[in-house]
Design a protein around this ligand. Sequence first.
Ligand SMILES: NC(=O)C1=CN([C@@H]2O[C@H](COP(=O)(O)OP(=O)(O)OC[C@H]3O[C@@H](n4cnc5c(N)ncnc54)[C@H](O)[C@@H]3O)[C@@H](O)[C@H]2O)C=CC1
Ligand SMILES: O=C(CO)COP(=O)(O)O
Length: 384
Amino acid sequence: MKTRVPAKKAAGRKATGKRVAVLGAGSWGTTFAKILADGGADVVLWARRPELAREIQEAKRNSDYLPGVNLPLGLRATSRLDLALAGAEQVYISVPSQSLRENLAIIAPHLHAQASVVSLMKGVEKSTGKRMSEVIAEVLRIDPAQIAVISGPNLALEIAKEQPTAAVVSSTSLETAQAVASVARNRYFRSFVNTDVIGTEFGGVLKNLIAVAIGIVDGVGYGENTKASIITRGLVEMTDFAVAYGAHPETLAGLAGLGDLIATSQSPLSRNNTAGRLLGQGYHLNDVVNQMQQTTEGLASVGPILELARAMGVDMPIVEQVRQVLAGTLDPKDIAPHLTTDDEPQGERTIDGQAQSGSAVRRAFQRAFDQLRNGGRGASGDRP
Ligand SMILES: NC(=O)C1=CN([C@@H]2O[C@H](COP(=O)(O)OP(=O)(O)OC[C@H]3O[C@@H](n4cnc5c(N)ncnc54)[C@H](O)[C@@H]3O)[C@@H](O)[C@H]2O)C=CC1
Ligand SMILES: O=C(CO)COP(=O)(O)O
């Protein structure tokens, strides 16, 4: 199929005229390119492999990652980074988190100085524990106001099939978030905005870890009570962690937190959930990793997240148990929404007022005080 149709016509609505690039033609990068093109943007998608770029450009298909999905006729694809980035005012990145730094090094020479850079990724860098927007700022040395992140309950294949979905675009600059959100939207994809980059990014990272835990108990054969307990207590862990690093608690109650946690924990489309299920069924981690053909961010994030949690004195019993299952030191059937060593009842709410308290330092003191009050155990509790 060699016919070329202008983006405006192909999208079936007025083009915004905004020239954007999407880097990474896996399931999410390709789906996001479709979101943008269907919203009227002029999109060029960069694929590492020339044969994949050719398939997308000529057949308007990405059969490995999005089987059965027809891509917009106006969507262009190339394996040449310089061509993808030429004139791009917004650059969306969707590569595995552990490869971001090396990819940024080859992106940098071709990036327009004023371009907004948007992370679609949900991992932290294993070697540094840094969030993707931090890695972007560090390597590209651009103003943080040029950087945005997008997160939410966004299982790629459902969106590629045009099922109605919402997401949140976050940037320290509201103007940037709004500029990105006005391009990254269409009739089936609605973008909200916030300025809580920390909460939005950590929400996406942390829900992966809870989704692995849910997959594990699913694989073991436990039912809805166990899963609901882990989802609920998991959200508390996510919120405690993110707030300790400066996030707003309400972000974790929003699309990038609870919303994504629900979608990822419930869906067989989730790679993190699937990896957990295989572990729960008794497969060894190496076999699971070999079986997963797509990026499973949660597996790489467990270690750095627990280190970051320790640094702030945040208890993450569920994530800790996921680590133990991955390490083969905890039987999957023993994973539970609490530490197996808990022997005294704990209050469901113990960090009263934390959500309203000021700085991260103040919260750390509050947490230390709560730990003392709880006889050395970490504070745990639903946010008010
Ligand atoms: N698939 C989904 O439903 C969603 C994924 N995400 C996030 O998007 C990011 C990318 O995920 P997917 O597109 O799903 O992964 P994927 O495994 O489907 O695709 C990753 C793509 O990155 C490319 N890539 C570029 N440089 C690479 C390198 N050095 N090593 C390996 N691959 C390289 C691969 O060729 C591939 O096209 C992840 O952080 C994920 O958490 C976020 C929301 C939804
Ligand atoms: O982030 C996602 C949905 O919002 C995709 O989850 P997985 O990476 O587990 O497939």
